[in-house]
Design a protein around this ligand. Sequence first.
Ligand SMILES: N[C@@H](CCC(=O)N[C@@H](CS)C(=O)NCC(=O)O)C(=O)O
Length: 202
Amino acid sequence: MLTLYHHPFSQHARRVAALLEQADIPYEAVPVALNEGAHKAADYLKINPNHQVPTLVDGDVKIHESNAILRYLCHKYSLTDWYPEDPAVRASVEQWLDWNQCRLSRSVIDIVLNKVFMGDDANQAEIARGEENMIELSAILGDALEQHRFLAGNSATIADLSVASNISQLQLADAAPDRSSIQAWYLRVCDIPGFRITLPKM
Ligand SMILES: N[C@@H](CCC(=O)N[C@@H](CS)C(=O)NCC(=O)O)C(=O)O
């Protein structure tokens, strides 16, 4: 049995839970109380020295980094619809997975961590930086989604689960992009039952 260490407000963990749910892969979900510092406890650091969720444990295999976990699950369970083998489509999936981590995530954290979770300690400069960067990032994402129904073509892949989990996170701060192509795509991703049931409940 797989074990997923997660937190319901972690967009990184939710994208993994979404694939597990949608592909009907049995797993045990173990919540890690980030707000109580459980991710820094010695026992958890042995599982993930980065003190982060998600972590997936599959027997002797321990994996951190949400997108690496998504790829692992696709390889292990032959989920080729979610991770297509065609080189051009695969490259597009990889591009958006990396774009999500390298470009979008930073701004999502700047905005959502500070506006939703930091209370009086919110860093206004980080919020401003995130909002400024989101102008460019929304244009890039919105333009791409004018071309296809999903990020890598006309079917959903793990790239959609990954990027859409960050859009749902922005919604917590009422900061999701208002571009119509992004909103229409996001609703399509929300129609995927495994994604929908992992959405955070405030
Ligand atoms: N690049 C990592 C990021 C994971 C991450 O930032 N997780 C956050 C929750 S959304 C966390 O556990 N933060 C606690 C910490 O960094 O100490 C991934 O994609 O899995």
